[in-house]
Design a protein around this ligand. Sequence first.
Ligand code: ADP
Ligand code: MG
Length: 350
Amino acid sequence: MSDSKKSLTLLSELGEFGLIEHLTSNLPTYHKSTVKGIGDDAAVLDYGSKYLVMTTDMLMEGIHFDLVYTPLKHLGYKAAVVNFSDVYAMNAQPRQLVVSMAISKKFSVEALDEFYTGLRLACERYNVDLVGGDTSSSMTGLAISVTVIGEVDKDKITYRSTAKVNDLICVTGDLGAAYLGLQVLEREKKIYTETSGNQPKLDEYDYVLQRQLKPEAQKDIVDFFEKNNIVPTAMIDISDGLSSELLHICKQSGTGCSIYQQKIPIAEQTANVAKEFRMEPMVCALNGGEDYELLFTVPMDRYDMVFGRSDVSIIGHITDKNAGCNLITELGQQIPLVAQGWNAYGNEKN
Ligand code: ADP
Ligand code: MG
């Protein structure tokens, strides 16, 4: 073999986060207005009295959504909401949105109307202006890219990297439902194709399906922070699973963490559906993707304020880095947290 023939690296060797790191390491920025580039839920830009935050997300047919069971209206709604979620994760408010689409011939005008109905509804509900985009054709399927800009007072911006030892770790809502919603949809699709058209019974799965198909972003808690003059010490949205996001906070903050199994919020339907699929509800809560809840840390003396809210669970606390990142089970066992979230280039789930 000639030594000039270099073997190529497979994307799966790096994984999604490895690839981003590889492509963007030592990337210079040329402007003072770039306050924070790559590495958080959104970039932070300084253009005056407030910070702007900017985030983008891409949804590909066959990878992120399956049109066999995803209504286009829901898809439009979700494409906007997943970006709003990243804006809220910076403690900011979304303001403007641009959307780009590549569309194959199989789509009708009516189908795209549906998509826009969902997009418009999300913009109306979250008070965001749709201000532009781009439209192109595609050889196969639909690709959607949404970018959102938000704003925040400079002293309220919240990064992933600023959690402190002894801070409380809090999470909004409940976890694992969206992942199980996807399992239900995949199962019903399989049954539908194998039995040539048996209509699925989905009534008892309403909550997990809604969490998968039509997620919401956590505007309420960010409004609550604003009203009560609370600035979390760190925050991230949960798109790749609690474990993965908590590890991001700890790695970037140079800390460890302890979270308690019995404190992790899981809805009753989530637990029931998990059992039906012979999965541990806790594993779904830790590693299931697409919950779009917020994970944040606050100083211990804010305990009363966040504890008063029924939609916030205090699940643990930030520790010294040397203590590692651990889940404490009901029996008091300490299990190291591992990131098994979504990975665009590896196995979907390990
Ligand atoms: P999130 O899950 O919050 O959307 P990601 O994991 O997608 O965050 O991205 C993490 C960071 O990497 C963000 O700052 C994002 O802007 C950046 N990033 C992702 N993909 C690329 C890319 N291809 N080139 C440059 N930066 C990227
Ligand atoms: Mg995010």
